[in-house]
Design a protein around this ligand. Structure first.
Ligand SMILES: Nc1nc2c(ncn2[C@@H]2O[C@H](COP(=O)(O)OP(=O)(O)OP(=O)(O)O)[C@@H](O)[C@H]2O)c(=O)[nH]1
Ligand SMILES: [Mg+2]
Length: 314
């Protein structure tokens, strides 16, 4: 543990994730620096301040309490006293949580490999699909996109722009068409063209809107009827800028479309990046990717060490 902390201290450049976390870090690690100023002892009031710092980065009350509980045990068990020892122990506790979220998104042998992408309005679904298409193409896979957001003409245009940018085909119908029918057609076309990966966009919807959630469940059912193993991934996109509120969305989307993983967007520029640490407390879903900007390459597999280093500073 102390070894890994020393290695991080030597690091003089930030990972892209670490860079994106600068605002969150300013809440957590500047807070820790203040806590340790003027040679204070590792006592309860100091730990209370740390808890406050974690809460201000939107780690959430339950997770912050859990972190503090584990830290207190480490402090008494190993008689920690110095700042370095304390930060080393904190890093270990945070890494333990972050590691629970790691699982790579693997495109298995199924063809077409279908990825259904859902989430509330404006979280970054369509942008994430454009970025995923870019990644998969770089891996040598053929990709097709399905414009399942049929609510707005602009949504279809937006997906088509991502299709052009990636040079991948987009299956779309007119605005107002049945989203499940778009998914159905896209599957048949992808199948006939031996496409490797089909990514299905959907309209943003509030998790509390039963009618719209039923409609989403129908999209899922239609895909499963074409291939019982599909969708092979069902991804919920969450927006980091709303912090803890994002967690409320997971259950209802899971009920509608049996989620297999998460993507957390907009980690760049938010001070609420601590929300990542709360994810293991609400589900066992992996965090496949994090969104770190608007550009096509600003999507990375979640790296727990980069995340924790980004949070604590070097
Ligand atoms: N900074 C930042 N912006 C992002 C990220 N991901 C998406 N965005 C921006 O968020 C806005 C909404 O993105 P969309 O992809 O249209 O979101 P959506 O979920 O498809 O939205 P609806 O279809 O309207 O529900 C756009 O301006 C994106 O550029 C990210 O990781 N970081
Ligand atoms: Mg969209």
């Amino acid at each position: 543990m102390e070894e890994s902390y020393r290695i991080n201290k030597k690091r003089n450049t930030w990972s892209r994730l670490g860079d994106a976390l600068s605002k969150t870090r300013s809440r957590v690690s500047n807070g820790i620096a203040n806590v340790f100023s003027s040679g204070r002892e590792l006592d309860d009031s100091l730990l209370d301040e740390l808890e406050f710092n974690l809460l201000s980065a939107d780690v959430g009350t339950n997770t912050a309490a859990q972190i503090l509980d584990r830290l207190r045990k480490e402090i008494s068990k190993r008689k920690l006293s110095s700042r370095e020892q304390f930060i080393g122990a904190l890093e270990d506790v945070l890494l333990d949580l972050a590691n629970q979220l790691v699982k790579p998104l693997v495109i298995t042998e199924n063809r077409p490999f279908v990825i259904l992408v859902t989430g509330v309005n404006g979280v970054g679904k369509t942008t994430t699909i454009g970025k995923l298409a870019h990644r998969f193409k770089k891996d040598g896979l053929s990709v097709m996109l399905a414009a399942g957001d049929t609510y707005r003409a602009a949504a279809i245009d937006q997906l088509q722009r991502w299709g052009q940018l990636n040079d991948v085909p987009v299956v779309a119908q007119q605005t107002g068409a049945d989203s499940a029918s778009v998914a159905h057609d896209a599957f048949q076309i992808a199948n006939s063209r031996s496409i490797d990966v089909l990514i299905v966009d959907t309209a943003g919807r509030l998790h509390s809107n039963k009618g719209l959630m039923d409609e989403l469940a129908k999209v899922h059912r239609v895909i499963a009827r074409l291939d019982a193993s599909a969708p092979h991934e069902s991804i919920l996109v969450l927006d980091a800028t709303i912090g803890q509120n994002a967690l409320l969305q997971v259950d209802q989307f899971d009920t509608a479309v049996q989620l297999s993983g998460l993507v957390l967007t907009k980690l760049d520029g938010t001070a609420k990046g601590g929300v990542v640490l709360a994810l293991p407390s609400i589900s066992s879903l992996p965090l496949y990717y994090v969104g770190l900007g608007e550009s096509i390459d600003a999507l990375q597999p979640f790296d727990p060490q980069d995340y924790v280093t980004g949070l604590l500073g070097s």
